[in-house]
Every structure is written in structure tokens, then in C-alpha cells.
Design a protein around this ligand. Structure first.
Ligand code: AMP
Length: 204
């Protein structure tokens, strides 16, 4: 199963992707996590990405395209993967499309989690409070200023991907404001339908 999760920061993509990872045994490929790992390793990519990430901007398409292309070649992606936070721009979506075509891989679904922006700000505040309460480290871009920038980057550069994937017939839009379990159940129904139609094509 090859899935893309679309939605603004705080929409619940990561939470839902983690649940599917546990259930289906396929990895969650979060470009945000990969970039944060590169920053903490002090790698060349991390050094180039850190300032942009802290300010809530987007890292260059070339860097993320390269990271994802290499990652999906790894053995644990053979059965599938969930892309969380990638693609984030139309050029990234085009690069991913070419990359998957070259590798002979088909996308199964693009799931967009629709949410209300006011609620997002509250969710991020809660995420920060929960992290602090658990004694964890708060992400350096989880502050109001960077968060606003991340939202505006989303509106300007990532939101057009809905139309892009709708045009390809791959997009399913779900209500990301529903309870987390309700969202998981809705995603599972989409995946069941996808599997049923794939197996009926295989049998015809
Ligand atoms: P996330 O964990 O998905 O919220 O990503 C955190 C930050 O990493 C973003 O605000 C960007 O600076 C950077 N980032 C993650 N994924 C991408 C991407 N696909 N394209 C560009 N920048 C990205």
C-alpha cells in the first residue's frame, strides 16, 4: 500500500500515519522527521535545512526529492509506505510521480485531512503543552511565529496539491476535525475500498 497524507501542520497526518504503520507494518516516511534527524546529526543537508525549518519555511525541493527517492528504495518500503509531509509543492509531486513511474510503483491513495485553522493553532498549543508535561523537547518550529509561517506556506504552496491529485483521480478528502478514532476508521474504509477494487481488477 502506497499512501500520501496531505493536510496542514497539526492536521493529524503524523498520528494517523503512525496508526497505519502499526496496523499494516509499512513505514511512515515523514520528511520532517528525516530532516530533523539530519539536523541533529549535523550532516551537510541538516546544516542547509536548519535555518529554513526553524523559520517555518520549506526546504528546497531538490533536497527533499533526493531524500525520499533514496528512502523508498530501502527494503522496508518494499510492501508499501506512507508519505507524511511530502510532497509539499507541485514540483515535488511531479518529481515523486516520475520517481515512482521509474521504479514501477503505483500510488494507492492520496488522503487529505481537512481542518479548521483556529483549531490547528489550539492543537499546536496542546502539542507543546503535552511535550513539556512529558519532559520532552519542544520542536524549534512549534512557536506561534513559525507556526503562522508554516500555515501560510501550506496555503500558498501545498494546498494546490489537492487540485493536482484530484485531477489524477487519486484524492480522498476526509474530515480531520473528527475524533482521532473516527478519522482512523474513515481512513481504513478508504483503504478497504482501494484494496477491494485492486483485487477485482486483478481477478478480471
Ligand atoms: P513537518 O514535521 O512535516 O511539520 O515538517 C517540519 C519542517 O520540515 C517544515 O516546516 C519544513 O521546513 C521541512 N519540511 C518537511 N517536509 C518538507 C517538504 N516535503 N518540503 C520542504 N520542506 C519540508
Amino acid at each position: 500500500m502506497r499512501l500520501i497524507f496531505l493536510g496542514p501542520p497539526g492536521a493529524g497526518k503524523g498520528t494517523q500515519a503512525k496508526r497505519l504503520t502499526d496496523k499494516y507494518g509499512i513505514p511512515q516516511l515523514s520528511t520532517g522527521d528525516m530532516l530533523r534527524a539530519a539536523v541533529s546529526d549535523g550532516s551537510e543537508i541538516g546544516k542547509r535545512a536548519k535555518e529554513v525549518m526553524d523559520a517555518g519555511g520549506l526546504v528546497s525541493d531538490d533536497i527533499v526529492n533526493q531524500i525520499v527517492s533514496e528512502r523508498i528504495e530501502q527494503a522496508d518500503c518494499a510492501k508499501g509506505f506512507i508519505l507524511d509531509g511530502y510532497p509539499r509543492t507541485v514540483p515535488q509531486a511531479k518529481a515523486l510521480g516520475e520517481n515512482l513511474r521509474d521504479k514501477g510503483i503505483d500510488l494507492d491513495a492520496v488522503i487529505e485531512l481537512k481542518v479548521d485553522e483556529e483549531a490547528l493553532v489550539r492543537r499546536i498549543e496542546n502539542r507543546v503543552a503535552e511535550t513539556v508535561a512529558a519532559g520532552g523537547t519542544v520542536r524549534s518550529d512549534d512557536n506561534p511565529e513559525s507556526f503562522r509561517k508554516r500555515l501560510s506556506e501550506y496555503r500558498e504552496k501545498t494546498a494546490p496539491l489537492s487540485e493536482y491529485y484530484q485531477g489524477q483521480g487519486d484524492l480522498v478528502v476526509l474530515d480531520g476535525m473528527a475524533h482521532v478514532d473516527v478519522v482512523t476508521a474513515a481512513i481504513e474504509r478508504v483503504l478497504e475500498k482501494e484494496r477491494d477494487s485492486a483485487s477485482s481488477v486483478a481477478h478480471n
